[in-house]
Every structure is written in C-alpha cells, then in structure tokens.
Design a protein around this ligand. Sequence first.
Ligand SMILES: Cc1cc2nc3c(=O)[nH]c(=O)nc-3n(C[C@H](O)[C@H](O)[C@H](O)COP(=O)(O)OP(=O)(O)OC[C@H]3O[C@@H](n4cnc5c(N)ncnc54)[C@H](O)[C@@H]3O)c2cc1C
Length: 210
Amino acid sequence: MGLLSAFALRGGFAGLDPLAGIPGTLGGALVMNAGAFGRTLGDLVEEVEVLVDGKVEVLRGVEVDWGYRTSSLKGSTVVGATLKLVPGDGGKIREDMVRFARLRRQKQPLDFPSAGSVFKNPPGHSAGRLIDEAGLKGARVGDAMVSPLHANFIVNLGQARARDVRLLVEVVKERVRERFSISLEEEIVYAGVFEFGEDEDCAAAGGAFL
Ligand SMILES: Cc1cc2nc3c(=O)[nH]c(=O)nc-3n(C[C@H](O)[C@H](O)[C@H](O)COP(=O)(O)OP(=O)(O)OC[C@H]3O[C@@H](n4cnc5c(N)ncnc54)[C@H](O)[C@@H]3O)c2cc1C
C-alpha cells in the first residue's frame, strides 16, 4: 500500500492519502476492505481481478460486498485491481499524507511490532475505549502487552509468541464482556491452530498481569 500510495503521489492522484500508512499488500487490503480516517479501500475500487480455476476473472467494484474490515473477496485469490483516483494537486496530496502519517504516529504504538487494531469497534462504541475503561492498558501475557498508548493494539515487547497474544485477546474479551456486556469481535485474522484449554489458561493469564 505504501508503494502504491507513493506511485499515486508521483502521478498526482488523490484518494489513497488516508490509507497510505496502512501496512501490507493491495491484495490483503482489498480482502480486508482496509480503511482509515473515514475512507475504505472498497470506496475506490473500479474492478478487481481474481483467479478462478487458473483463469483471471474481472469483478466490478459494485459486485463485491464491502463490509467493516471484511469483503466477499475472502477466500478468493486477488491478483489485481483498478482503482478510481482523482487528479489532484501534488503538494496538497503530499501534505495530506504527511498529516495522516503524523496522526498515526501520535495515536498508534509504532515503536513495537503489532498486528494493528485487534478488535472491530462494536456499533456505537470504540473498542480501544472499552478496553481502556476495563483497566486493561498495560495488561500482559508474557511479552504480549495491551498498549498503554492505544488499548486496541497488542504489542510484542520482544519475545511474545502467537500463543501469548491469543491468550491476551481472550482475557481482554472476557474482561470487556464482564464489565460492559459487550462481545468484542477480532479484526485480526488468525493463522495456525492454538491448542489450549481456554478457561484454564485465561485464568492463569489473568494472574500474570502487571
Ligand atoms: C501498525 C499497523 C497499523 C494498521 N493500521 C490499519 C488501518 O489503519 N486500517 C486497516 O484497515 N488495517 C490496518 N492494519 C491491518 C493490516 O495492515 C491490514 O489489514 C492490511 O490490509 C493487511 O494486508 P496484508 O497484505 O498484510 O494481508 P494479510 O494480513 O497477510 O492478510 C489479510 C487477509 O487477506 C488475505 N489475503 C491477503 N492477500 C490476498 C490476496 N492477494 N488474495 C486473496 N486473499 C488475500 C489473507 O489470507 C488474510 O485472510 C494495521 C496493521 C498494523 C500492523
């Protein structure tokens, strides 16, 4: 996404500016319908190319269901896309990209590895605020920690394993459910199989908080 945004900037095309700082590939961003600062990638899609039985098929943007950090492209193989960008003033586009990047640096714990926002915002709520108000900023399982800067980020302080993050996610969900009767839903996508007796290990993880 960074390369694509730089390409758009060089060509003087506006539209991607709020999305420029989202890490990852165009394919991942399309499947996740990545978004930031009120803009989602799905808003900009004219066409998407997907691989079906070894052949490239073209879908129009309006044929895709774009959801909140999800899309009907999930499960397919995206190999290309055409985006609707608009000609703009290069100086203004650069200025906007710098402004959005600065906001990201202020609000997100970018000094540590993370997977970005862990949970979707429940309707009418901010996941980060709920986690903060449940007293979970700084909560840890091993080296996985709920960021003190932005409670919807789990950062790796050094040696965290996927299992530590997975456990911390369960603890956060449980605490927020207990406190607010709201079920948080993950925005992150898990890879692999996590084998643990959730009740038992979550209780243990609760005891490991700083
Ligand atoms: C610090 C940080 C900040 C972030 N900020 C944001 C943000 O502001 N907004 C936001 O929306 N996200 C944000 N994210 C999350 C992440 O960057 C996005 O979800 C991104 O779009 C994922 O792209 P990726 O290429 O890494 O995909 P992956 O994470 O590798 O994959 C995501 C999903 O897409 C599928 N997929 C990937 N490529 C393809 C393809 N070509 N065809 C079919 N399926 C595919 C994968 O199988 C998986 O299910 C942030 C992450 C971090 C670490």
